[in-house]
Structures are given as C-alpha cells and as structure tokens.
Write a protein that binds this ligand. Sequence first.
Ligand code: IMP
Length: 427
Amino acid sequence: MATVVLVGVQWGDEGKGKATDFLAAKADFIVRYQGGNNAGHTVVVGDEEFRLHVIPSGILHKDKTCIIGNGVVIDPAVLVAEIRGLEQRGVQMARLFISERAHLILPYHRLWDAVEEERKGKGKIGTTRRGIGPAYSDKAARTGIRMVDLVNKEVFRGLLRENVDCKNAYFERVYGAERVSFAEILSAYEEYADILGKYVTDTALMLHRAIAAGKNVLLEGAQGTLLDIDHGTYPFVTSSTPTAGGACLGAGIGPRAIDTVIGIAKAYTTRVGEGPFPTELHDELGKEIRDKGREFGTTTGRPRRCGWFDAVIARYAARINGLDYLCVTKLDVLTGIPRLRICRGYRWGGEELEGFPASLDCLSACEPVYEDLPGWDEALGEVRRLEDLPVQARRYLERIAELSGVPVLLVGVGTRREQTIVCRDVF
Ligand code: IMP
C-alpha cells in the first residue's frame, strides 16, 4: 500500500469515513491532515454505528496507529468527549497520537464564527459554527495556540491572556457581542491539557520513521476539493487544504513520500451550506435522493442539497489532486431512478468550458450539459463483484470513469464495511 492519500472529490460528505475504514485494514498508520470537528464520519461496523469528528476512523481497527496531524485544528472539548465515548464502547486509545504543532480551537473562535456569520446575514458562508475559520485565521495571523503550548501551563496562560484581551476588545467594539471569560477557559483547558498531554508528540518525526521503515500510511482528508481554501468555490469553502497537497503540509511529509492518491466521490453530488451548485436538483427527486441517501450532516444535522454527478468537478479534482483512482460511494442510493444524468460539461456564454470557473457569477450562470443513462431497479446491497452489478449500473460507473479520466477502484453499495465492491487489486 505504501503512502496513500484519500481526498474528497466534491463538497465533502462523500463517504470518506467508510472508505478510510475499509482501506485502513491495509494500513499501519492512519493520519488526519486538516480540518477539525466541522467534519463528521459515520462508520458502521457490524451492527454498531460510530460517529467520529476528529479522530481518524482507523481507530476502529485494532493495532493501527492513528495520528491527528499538525494541519488539524483541535477543539479539545470535542476530542476529549470523542476519546471518552470510544473508550466506553471498548475502543483502545493506546495508538492515538496528536501533533504538538496542531492548533487549538478556543471558545472565542466559536463565538467569532457565529458573530461573523450573523454580520454577513444573507451573504453568510453557512459554516458549521465550530470556530474552524477563526482558528485557522489565528494560525495565519501568528496568534494561534498550539497543542505544544496547551501542555505547558505557563506558556498557555500567557498566550490565552493576550488572546482573550484582544478578542474581547474586538467582540465588544466591532460586534457589540458578549465577552469570553479568561478564568473559565483557563480552568477548562488546563483540565484538557491533563487528559490530552499523553497523546501529544512530534508526529511528523513518527511518520518519517514509519515511511522509512516501509510501513503503510493512509492520509485521510476531511471535507473535499471544492471546499479547499485555494481551489474550492471561494469564499464558500472551509479554511484549510483538503486537497492532496494539504496532506504533505498537514502531516509533515514531503510530496515524494506519496505513492497513490485516491479520490472519493459520491455517485451523485451533495453540498451543505451556501454557494453555487450547477447540477443541484430542486425537485422531488432531489428530496428522494436526500431521504434515501440519509443526506443530513453528521455534524450539524443540516439537510444536504442533492444533485446529479458532475464530471466537470471530477475532472477538476483529478487535476488538482493528481488522482490515481476513484472510489464511488452510495451507488445503491440511485436504484429505482429510471433515468440518470451525468453532467459532462458546462456551457457558458455559448461555449463549453474546459476549466472549473473561479468566478462564482460564472459558475452560477453555467448550464450543465447532461448525458442521460438508463437506471436500474435491482437492490445493490448484496453485490460484491463488479460483474454482478446490473448492466446499467456498470455502464454508469464506466461513464463516470471515462468522463473523469480516472479508473474506479472501489464502489460502495451500502453503509456497512463489507458492502464494498473492489474493482481492481492495487494494494
Ligand atoms: P466551516 O468549515 O465550518 O468553516 O464551514 C465552511 C463551509 O464548509 C460550509 O459550507 C460548511 O457547510 C462546509 N463544510 C465544512 N465541513 C464540512 C464537511 O465535513 N462536510 C461538508 N461540508 C462541510
């Protein structure tokens, strides 16, 4: 397997948790490299459902080392609750490590996220309000607080004092908002430091040694290509780098260490939050897909917007990430839809575009060019081999691969770990 990066192709929620969990069986190390508890992975093992926000889903496999990389922003309240919840269900934490360089999310980040969304009103991003953007803003502004600072009480106290004073002045004068309490944050975060301290280490060095020793490493991105701060539908994006380049930054490895990049795409498209979505279905079918696919956010419970598969996005993601393979998830959700559509291009100003537009005005005005394909009625949940899929489902997958220019590696046909078709043996 060597070193593999797993990235979302669309706007997140592609089913990366299940794919990570499936591929983790072959990995020794599983690394989360960006984002925070804005992400949510649902993994079903046997009859048990696990919802993870920060810890890599590889933790559900025994004997795997799980790393929360330096590119992640950590809300320690959420992480501690996640650790406790998993421990209560018998999941071992002995192989969990957290980068000392990962930045913290603090209560003033959550407040800042909320007041900034309120200020934007109609123009809001539709964030998860978990304080993600503000935490990355502080990181870039060089006023952030890292895990290495959290576990040094004196350093933490000083940094917190400075930040709370500055943020409170800002909350009061700019937003007319409430203040946050230095004493309350300090006491809560000192407790978190006591709990999390034992996990904090130089994870980049650990990974370097693992790769040098020939271990298999799976780097797991959260969100997706179109939520990337550089390459996504800015400003309706998250504040980190989910694309494959972000794996190097967020884990602390060089680009040459990466052997394979796998993109995860749903068999259709979804999006939460605001922003343009060319293949969105505003009709009953959109609602039907949302209900059948249980398209409600793992983190916020918000209904996801649903639409047809968009091969323009898949080709763009293939270029930006250097995709070697695609995992197509939730194919079973499309059963029973008589006519399926795939968007093969965008028409804008009388011509078909080659790239994915940076201008949101342009993207909103793009007209999808569709290809129609016949659907199928058979339930797919028990299918384990490509050749056992209905011929229409195979044709649908083939067309996705042709239009994306990327071969399909895995196909998801249900929520359970074993409901996966392996199309080619690469590992
Ligand atoms: P933030 O990451 O909370 O700042 O939210 C910014 C945008 O990214 C919003 O449109 C969110 O809905 C979206 N977003 C963040 N995390 C996820 C995710 O895990 N899945 C899907 N959308 C997400």
